[in-house]
Design a protein around this ligand. Sequence first.
Ligand SMILES: [Mg+2]
Length: 293
Amino acid sequence: MCQFHALLGPRVRLCRFVINIRQIRQKMAKSKFEYVKGFELGDKCLPGCWIVVRLDGKCFHKFADTHEFVKPNDERALKLMNHAASVVMKEFRDICLAFGQSDEYSFVWKKDTNMYNRRSSKLVSTVNSLFTSAFVFYWRQYFEAVQLKYPPAFDARAVLYPTNETLRDYLSWRQADLHINNLYNTAFWALVLKKGLTTTQAELRLRGTVAADKNELLFSEFGVNYNDEPAVFRKGTALLRKAAGDGYGPRQVVVPFHADLIGDSFWARHSEVLALGAPGPCDAGDLARLAET
Ligand SMILES: [Mg+2]
């Protein structure tokens, strides 16, 4: 046998060696343990649907109290949320819009995205971890001397919206939710901070009131016209990808808008979002808001 092997030419011996290595590799790749891959569930998002990944702060009432957030709205916290969301949008070009309010953010993936082969768990987990790490990473930029006392967490989910109409209704729902909560909180904290009511007394005072009652209370007792409150508090923040020209040619920027998403005008002005078009141009106001972030 050895003699026979010695008779083979070096080229043949090399070929045999390569074949042996391949066989070993194939055996390693298909080990007896590989069957466990079959336990993984497919979670590919349906084609042609908008994919919304929504994050929500875990126990953020406690987080806000521990870090002494300003009531009813802490601008530092909102700006930090917007910054973290911008980081996510810059990383994933297939996110065409994000909407944030309070301790939550929704990221809208283009309905034709093929990112991560549309696997829900990959999209959700990567968006969530990047957002959360950015929130921690940029904390000091907004809270300066306020030390982060423990690591914050966000839950996350992906929801599919099959039509432009259902996507718009989803975003309208989140903005309407913001309106209801922010009007309540503005009235509640005015009663507590400006009038000295306890939180229980303020809660009782507002129990059973409708929006018009709270608007009236704010105006008659505190001289506050709710509609004059900063738009970022009343409307939340929509982040859109836009094209900005500078000395080096066009570049993409992520611009914050504090606009009404329920009516048609936002969608008419930014028609590229639903049409899956290229980012639209910025105007001077957009650039000014961008500079404030
Ligand atoms: Mg929340």
